[in-house]
Design a protein around this ligand. Structure first.
Ligand code: ADP
Ligand code: GLC
Length: 481
């Protein structure tokens, strides 16, 4: 029996629309919460992919003018995901990336688009959909950050609020002039409100006005309270540290399961690890790498951005070549990094393979076929690819930051070890970690143990969803008291 109702508010939800881990979390957490007595519905913008995925949606309401055009609120439950979608063509009928126009730049009206998402969340919070009046509105990242502020600056009875930080680097800052058009009162524009260095910050709004704040790992929850990690909001987070906690992400272990994964060449479990070799051979073949079973094959699946530290991995190319390793990288993003990786692949064909783009099938094959997965992030709120790697027996080699530090046990840390960690995040320290991994790789029992430890680590949402359930219950209880 579900006894608590949560409206989750997110700008992307897997498998319908995804640019990063936020979508994975928003897509998988609700099902895991059901087992803990929490009924979730997720509100998302009605981009074309969303409306296409909801052909049987029912219309709950329509208004003639919502932030400059008509709107319909739709409800549907595709594949067990209970969704509300905002059908507002003037804001969301734009194909492709949810945030960027065809020129690769932010849509100029993103401030209005995501204010609309938050406003609708607040209205649902106030009970506009009688069949689903939430006890909690749970906002994810800056795109939903105004929801707690709208709920705060209204005198109606409001539900409890949670703001989850997936990434402090994206804060949703818009000019002061926006304030009136998005419907926040003038008094909200002050240092204890939504004002941030003369502008409006949607993330700050969420952090300021939510009952509780979570970050997606305990270490990140600590890091963001420093001036550097807080990226300008560290002081506010220190002030609110009594309501801030870290809850680790999980992954959807039905999507990421090497025993049943139809996207890989050969399925396997920790009992029959030798079958992984067939996936490695398939990956080498597909990417044009030398068919070398004994070369340590490093995988990378990542957005190519400063956060991910992949410029640092480029400096380690001599170490990779010198130690007889191979590299298979799948990613897209920063144009200069794309070019540099493609040049490295051309210069070292057979040893380095680079695929620029977004390719879920290949992501699964890399997890199943690479010997190790490298995540050299400068900062990493949680990180999901290292969790998939653990489950697939690809030994993670990660920087000692954020959720990477919380989810990988270094080979030097005893019998429960699952991978290799390095820090500070410099080319030298990364190269040292790669050499340590190379030594271990050539000691079969040691490597097998790392893989088995990883594959038997619980990376699912089961227990982690329980921490969100406990948080929701706490908020509901304290608001009743
Ligand atoms: P972030 O959200 O910062 O990008 P995460 O590790 O939390 O990092 O999540 C990234 C998600 O996106 C993972 O599910 C990963 O498999 C996926 N991903 C990243 N890049 C690609 C790509 N080029 N092709 C396919 N999947 C990708
Ligand atoms: C962000 C972070 C990543 C995290 C993901 C899901 O995109 O960069 O570390 O795993 O959100 O919470």
């Amino acid at each position: 029996m579900s006894d608590i109702r949560v409206l989750s508010v997110a700008s992307e939800v897997y498998p319908i629309v995804k640019t990063g881990g936020l979508a994975d979390v928003a897509g998988a957490l609700p099902a895991a919460l059901t087992a803990h007595g929490i009924a979730t519905r997720t509100l998302l913008p009605g981009y074309p992919e969303v409306l296409k995925a909801l052909p049987a949606a029912s219309e709950l309401l329509h208004w003639g003018d919502f932030f400059g055009g008509p709107v319909r609120l739709l409800a549907a439950s595709p594949d067990g995901l209970d969704l509300f979608a905002i059908d507002a063509p003037h804001l969301f009928a734009r194909p492709g990336n949810p945030y960027l126009g065809p020129d690769g730049r932010d849509w100029p009206d993103n401030g209005v688009r995501f204010a609309a998402l938050s406003r609708m969340a607040a209205e649902i919070g106030f009970g506009i959909v009688p069949s689903f009046v939430p006890d909690i509105v749970h906002a994810h990242d800056w795109q939903a950050g105004l929801a707690p502020a709208f709920l705060h600056y209204d005198h109606r009875r409001r539900p409890g609020t949670v703001m989850t930080i997936h990434n402090m680097a994206y804060q949703g800052k818009f000019p002061y002039e926006m304030l009136a058009s998005i419907g926040l009162p003038p008094e909200s524009f002050n240092i204890h409100g939504v004002e941030y260095w003369g502008a409006v910050s949607y993330l700050k709004a969420g952090l300021q006005f939510s009952d509780r704040i979570t970050a997606v790992s305990p270490t990140y929850a600590r890091e963001i309270q420093s001036d550097e990690g807080g990226m300008g909001l560290g002081g506010l987070l220190r002030e609110r540290s009594n309501v801030l906690s870290g809850i680790l992400n999980g992954i959807d272990i039905s999507v990421w399961n090497p025993e049943s994964d139809s996207r890989i060449a050969y399925r396997y479990s920790e009992q029959d690890l030798p079958f992984r070799a067939a996936n490695k051979a398939a990956l080498q073949r597909q990417l044009g790498l030398d068919p070398a079973p004994d070369a340590l094959l490093l995988g990378v699946i990542s957005r190519l951005s400063w956060q991910k530290g992949l410029d640092i991995l480029l400096h380690a190319v001599p170490a990779i070549l010198g130690e007889d390793m191979q590299l298979a990288l799948l990613g897209s993003g920063d144009a200069e990094l794309q070019d540099r990786y493609q040049a490295a692949a051309r210069a070292h064909a057979g040893r380095i393979a680079v695929v620029i783009g977004y390719d879920e099938d290949l992501a699964h094959l890399i997890q199943a076929g690479a010997d190790a997965l490298v995540v050299p992030s400068r900062f990493e709120p949680c990180g999901l690819t290292q969790l998939c790697a653990l489950r697939y027996g690809a030994v993670p080699i990660v920087s000692r930051v954020g959720g990477l530090d919380d989810t990988v046990v270094d080979a030097g840390e005893g019998s429960a070890a699952t991978g290799f960690k390095f820090g500070p995040v410099t080319p030298d320290h990364l190269a040292t970690a790669l050499r340590r991994a190379s030594l271990a790789f050539h000691d079969k029992p040691v490597w097998r143990k790392l893989q088995q430890n990883g594959m038997t680590t619980d990376v699912s949402w089961r227990n982690r969803a329980g921490q969100y359930a406990a948080l929701y219950r706490d908020i509901v209880a304290s608001r009743r008291a």
